[in-house]
Design a protein around this ligand. Structure first.
Ligand SMILES: *[C@@H]1O[C@H](CO)[C@@H](O)[C@H](O)[C@H]1NC(C)=O
Ligand SMILES: *[C@@H]1O[C@H](CO)[C@@H](O)[C@H](O)[C@H]1NC(C)=O
Length: 511
């Protein structure tokens, strides 16, 4: 009996080995560095596990690791940088934003489809076992999986949101799930719920009446034989979400949605000697300040920079600031600037007392992982929502960047540095983040292999994806019941009248 079980185990191990050394194609077309960093980290995890990965993106590595091939979309990042406005100055209305965005997304897909390196890949005879694409509301990109006849995995740098929910049939009630671009808590007030619901409908219409048709036309311009977008955009096997209960609000998820938040966090490495000395010798502790890899501190408005400098000068802590220039005029003695800093390794140092950040999701997760409280200065996109959640969870304070005032900044910094409850809450969140059966990086690898082994994951698909919108919203059922009710009411009324009339006419006859 035992021998039989042993044989079974051996057989199943043998059976399940066919995902080894899979050929993985990763498409990370968004021309922002933080998107590339998370995408390349994801692909490197798979390369390290022995898979043969190819990554398509506007950025490249100085020294690509083993099993890691690049298709460089040269020029895209540079073009985008030229065209993009200074993010410190942008303040788009949440209703206008998605419409403008719809056109930006279209031109993003166009620049990829029209790129020589991409065309060459699409014409090549290469075979892939699975295609991974970064979700950024670029549905036409999903055609790559069709072209290579491979199962599709999407990767979303956010939690499940409007880009993901529609295509996976995930429940997404605006009653308690705020839009990614609104800094609302899950427990919304009536007016927040009203605004959130209106934006939800607005975004649904923009996505289905603008973004999808624009990209469908573009797809057929480049690939005339391609099927209509609607025939394959709902065919994603699984979505890897950069989400984790330590930083995101709980929400329902269909089985094809997989949390792998925190996969980018590595074990800390030793710091360069100069930084190690600074951190070791900071007897009053260290405040670490960085606005991430997309935003440049050098671009921030001067009045805000003055406020920051003045406030830092008043602190007894050492401030380490990621500042992308040689000189910072008026720099106080306790402030140290570097063009680039090993963020994860700095946050791991015991003398770091506070992280001043733009509230991007990767930075927020690193802070939580290392149990460091946050002062967030969100600038754009989902940063304000991340910051709001961090504040609700008791390990952060935030001020939207354009609303920074000296009074508020000084008082928040002092509160965060002097009140121990922020550190305690950060530690609690850290424990939540690290309490898992497997590391997020191992989860990434498991689920990619899972999709390769099963050649897709149709068994995880919910039937909602086969329903028309009016069936999903039960409008046909409600209409049917309404009509039935009306018919019954009229029938009752009619028969009542009939009986009543007969009775009165009988009475008349008697009289
Ligand atoms: C596509 O690229 C070619 C050069 O490779 C350029 O001449 C053309 O204008 C581009 N088309 C679009 C629509 O960007
Ligand atoms: C959907 O994906 C599965 C798994 O890759 C594939 O077998 C199937 O042909 C796809 N269907 C369509 C319509 O693209």
């Amino acid at each position: 009996m035992l021998g039989f079980v042993y044989l079974l185990i051996l057989l199943s191990v043998f059976n399940f080995r066919d995902a080894d050394g899979a050929k993985v194609l990763g498409i990370f077309p968004v021309p922002g560095r933080s998107h590339y960093l998370s995408g390349s980290t994801l692909m490197k995890i798979l390369a390290e596990k022995g898979h043969d990965v190819t990554i398509v993106s506007p950025f490249s590595e100085k020294t690509p690791p083993k099993n890691y091939h690049e298709v460089l979309l040269s020029g895209l990042a540079e073009d985008f940088k030229k065209k993009a406005p200074n993010m410190f100055d942008v303040n788009l209305n949440p209703f206008v934003g998605p419409v403008v965005f719809g056109f930006i997304l279209r031109s993003m897909v166009e620049s990829v489809f029209n790129h020589t390196a991409f065309k060459k890949l699409m014409e090549s005879e290469q075979k892939f076992d699975v295609v991974i694409i970064e979700e950024f509301d670029l549905p036409a990109m999903k055609y790559v999986a069709q072209r290579f006849k491979a199962p599709l995995i999407m990767y979303n740098a956010l939690d499940a949101n409007e880009w993901v929910n529609q295509y996976q049939g995930n429940p997404d009630s605006p009653a308690y799930l705020p839009s990614t671009f609104l800094p609302y808590p899950s427990h919304m007030t009536f007016f927040q719920r009203l605004f959130n619901s209106l934006l939800y409908v607005h975004n649904y219409l923009v996505r289905n009446l603008l973004t999808l048709p624009l990209q469908n036309r573009l797809l057929h311009q480049f690939y005339p034989d391609a099927p209509h977008l609607n025939e394959f955009v709902y065919n994603t096997s699984i979505v890897l979400l950069n989400a984790d209960p330590s930083v995101h609000e709980p929400m329902p998820k269909v089985p094809s949605l997989i949390n792998v938040g925190g996969f980018h966090i590595k074990k800390p490495k030793p710091l360069p000697k100069d930084l190690q000395d600074v951190l070791d010798n900071a007897k009053n502790g260290v405040v670490y300040f960085s606005l991430g890899s997309n935003l440049q501190s050098t671009m921030m408005p001067l009045d805000k920079r003055e406020i920051l400098l003045k406030t830092f000068a008043s602190l007894k802590e050492t401030v380490i600031w990621k500042f992308e220039d040689e000189e910072l005029p008026g720099k106080p003695d306790n402030v140290i600037i570097r063009k680039w800093l090993p963020q994860n390794d700095i946050l791991a140092h015991k003398n770091v007392k506070l992280f001043i950040t733009h509230g991007g999701i990767f930075s927020t997760m690193e802070a939580v992982y290392h149990g460091v409280p946050i002062m967030a200065l969100p600038v754009m996109a989902e940063q304000e929502l991340n910051s709001k959640r961090a504040e609700m969870n008791g390990y952060a304070k935030f001020i939207p960047f354009r609303k920074i005032t000296e009074d508020k900044f000084v008082s928040y910094l002092n509160e965060l540095l002097r009140n121990p409850k922020y550190k305690e809450n950060a530690k609690k969140r850290s424990q939540i983040m690290t309490d898992k059966p497997t590391t997020p990086a191992d989860s990434v690898n498991f689920w990619v292999e899972y999709v390769v082994r099963h050649k897709g994951a149709p068994h995880l698909r919910v039937a909602a994806l086969e329903l028309a919108w009016y069936q999903y919203l039960l409008i046909d059922v409600i209409l049917f019941i309404s009509v039935l009710l009306v018919v019954v009411i009229y029938a009752v009324k009619y028969s009542f009248n009939l009986i009543f009339k007969r009775k009165t006419s009988e009475k008349v006859k008697i009289n």
